[in-house]
Ligand binder design. Structure first.
Ligand code: CAA
Length: 283
């Protein structure tokens, strides 16, 4: 199936990154946010990163302008009616996603594909909100989406082969390295990364080291590109706690449960980079 127009619902850090990838790959992208202000903020973020590419000679100025011209913003979900693929990147709340998919099913054409960027919820459960679960797949991008090559293309229980292959093709055209996997808790990466990051956070107290020291240990000793505390701050403390809880609920493995230290941070509003403070402070 040929994809020309992509809808992205939710233009936070992940959604804006996905929209950026879409326009850079030549797709027309309709980005939907709940307020015009939030939409504009996403456009500015995308324009900024494309400008940096121009400054670094990775993109021609004309290509940047063309890409930005392919982005349309809306607050109205019905503006996604003509999309061939809609990628949902809203808050990780099952109820909100179910409601959105129910609405999307009413709005977009029956042959359009509906994808979720969920990192820890069940794609099958989200698909069950619709009467056409065969067109629902997972397209799980990694943070920061424009920089991380992987996209997990998640096959839910009832996903049609064509929907999976079309989503895989879109990820490839975005310059990504997609993999296909089944809809199991955490898919491939988070099944492994979430308990590992939780171990790292527990090691802070067990080994009595600071976040700086732990980050040095894992970058200098294990070759990680960024330390675990920097990474959790980037992903968002709230996102990490939610993913841990969702996996713990499904798998009941103690290492999946979020350590109390990070739950307390979430409750105190220390959400990482986005709130200006997490393990570290940000200006
Ligand atoms: N969006 C778009 N462009 C961005 C960006 C963003 N969020 N952040 C940076 N860039 C652009 C910038 O223009 C930047 O250049 P300038 O600083 O010159 O402006 C350019 O990309 C390069 O950025 P960096 O110099 O910071 O790149 P780096 O070489 O240091 O690598 C990294 C950055 C790729 C993030 C690397 O540190 C890395 O691989 N970190 C690990 C990240 C990781 O593990 N992510 C997975 C998280 S888990 C997850 O996402 C799963 C989940 O479900 C929650």
């Amino acid at each position: 199936m040929e994809i020309r127009r992509i809808g992205v619902v939710g233009l936070g850090a992940m959604g804006a990154g996905i929209a950026q990838l879409g326009i850079e790959a030549g797709y027309a992208v309709v980005g939907r946010e709940i307020s015009a202000d939030l939409g504009e903020r996403a456009r500015e973020r995308i324009a900024h990163f494309l400008e940096r590419k121009v400054e670094k000679d990775q993109l021609a100025a004309e290509e940047r302008e063309d890409a930005l011209a392919r982005l349309t913003l809306t607050t109205d979900l019905s503006a996604l009616a003509d999309c061939d693929l809609v990628i949902e990147a809203i808050v990780e709340d099952l109820g909100a996603k179910l409601e959105l998919f129910r609405e999307l099913e009413r709005i977009v054409r029956p042959e359009a594909i509906l994808a979720t960027n969920t990192s820890a919820l069940s794609v099958t459960e989200i698909a069950a909100a619709t009467s056409t679960p065969e067109r629902v797949v997972g397209m799980h991008f990694f943070n920061p989406a424009p920089l991380m090559p992987l996209v997990e293309i998640v096959r839910a229980e009832l996903s049609a082969e064509e929907a999976v292959e079309t989503a895989y093709g879109v990820a490839e055209r975005m310059g990504k390295r997609p993999i296909r996997c089944h809809d199991t808790p955490g898919f491939v990466v988070n099944r492994i990364l979430i308990p590992l990051l939780n171990d790292c956070i527990r090691a802070l107290d067990e080994a009595r080291v600071t976040p700086e020291v732990l980050d040095t240990a894992m970058t200098a000793g294990a070759g990680w590109p960024m330390g675990p505390c920097t990474l959790v701050d980037l992903v968002g403390i709230d996102v990490h706690v939610h993913a841990s809880e969702a996996l713990y609920e499904k798998l009941r493995e103690p290492r999946m449960a979020p350590p109390p230290r990070i739950v307390a941070m979430r409750n105190a509003g220390l959400l990482g980079r986005k709130s200006g403070r997490g393990f570290y402070r940000y200006d």
